[in-house]
Design a protein around this ligand. Structure first.
Ligand SMILES: Cc1cc2nc3c(=O)[nH]c(=O)nc-3n(C[C@H](O)[C@H](O)[C@H](O)COP(=O)(O)O)c2cc1C
Length: 179
C-alpha cells in the first residue's frame, strides 16, 4: 500500500494547539499518505439526545473516517493530569456507533503538554480507553513533548532532535503495520 489513509485526531480543539503541531510533525514523519483530520467538535454525549435523535451525523462521519483509515494518530493533551473532556467525549460517542470503528485499527497516541511530564498521564488514560475500544495499539517508546510552549519553532516544527527521532521511530513502526 503506497499511499495509506492516515487519520489525525486532536484532543484539543484550539487552532494553535501544540498537539495539532505534533500531529502535523507525526504525519510528515509517517511519509506519503492520504491525510485527513477527524474533528472532535461534537455535542456532549447525552443518552437522552442519543435516544431522541440517534447518533449525531458528525459522530457517524468521524466513525466512518476511523473505519476507512489504515492508521490513526491521536494527539492527547493533558488537562488536570487526565484526558481532555473533548477527547473522552469523542471516544465515548465513537463507542456508541455500531461496527466498532477502532477494532483492530493501528493507532499511535502522542502528547504535547505544558507540564514537565509531557502529558504522560493523559496519554496512558487514552491508551486505556482505546484498549476498551479494541484498537491495535502499536507499541513503542512514548512520544511525550514537555514544556510544549517552548518545544516548537515559529514554523511549528519540533526543535528537539531526540523527540524528532523518537517520533520518526514510532511513525516507522505505524507505517510498517499498514504498508
Ligand atoms: C484545564 C486545563 C488543565 C491543564 N492541566 C494540565 C496538566 O495537568 N498537565 C499539563 O502538562 N498541562 C496542563 N495544562 C496545560 C496544557 O498542557 C496546555 O494548555 C497545552 O497547550 C494543551 O494542549 P494544546 O496546545 O494542544 O491545546 C492544562 C490546561 C488546561 C486548559
Amino acid at each position: 500500500m503506497a499511499n495509506p489513509k492516515l487519520l489525525l485526531i486532536s484532543g484539543s480543539l484550539r487552532k494553535g494547539s501544540y498537539n495539532r503541531m505534533l500531529l502535523a510533525e507525526a504525519a510528515e514523519a509517517f511519509g506519503p499518505a492520504e491525510i485527513s483530520d477527524g474533528s472532535l467538535d461534537l455535542p456532549l454525549y447525552d443518552g437522552d439526545l442519543e435516544e431522541a435523535e440517534g447518533v449525531p451525523d458528525a459522530v457517524k462521519h468521524l466513525a466512518q473516517q476511523i473505519k476507512d483509515a489504515d492508521a490513526v494518530i491521536i494527539g492527547a493533551p493533558e488537562y488536570n493530569k487526565g484526558i481532555t473532556g473533548v477527547l473522552k467525549n469523542g471516544l465515548d460517542w465513537i463507542s456508541r456507533v455500531p461496527g466498532a470503528a477502532f477494532k483492530n485499527k493501528p493507532v499511535v497516541v502522542v502528547s504535547a503538554s505544558a507540564g514537565r511530564t509531557g502529558g504522560e498521564t493523559a496519554q496512558f488514560m487514552t491508551l486505556s480507553c482505546l484498549t476498551q475500544l479494541q484498537a491495535r495499539l502499536v507499541p513503542g517508546t512514548a512520544v511525550l513533548i514537555a514544556g510544549a510552549m517552548n518545544a516548537f519553532d515559529d514554523a511549528g516544527k519540533l526543535k528537539d532532535e531526540t523527540s524528532r527521532k523518537l517520533l520518526a521511530e514510532r511513525m516507522a513502526a505505524l507505517r510498517a503495520e499498514v504498508v
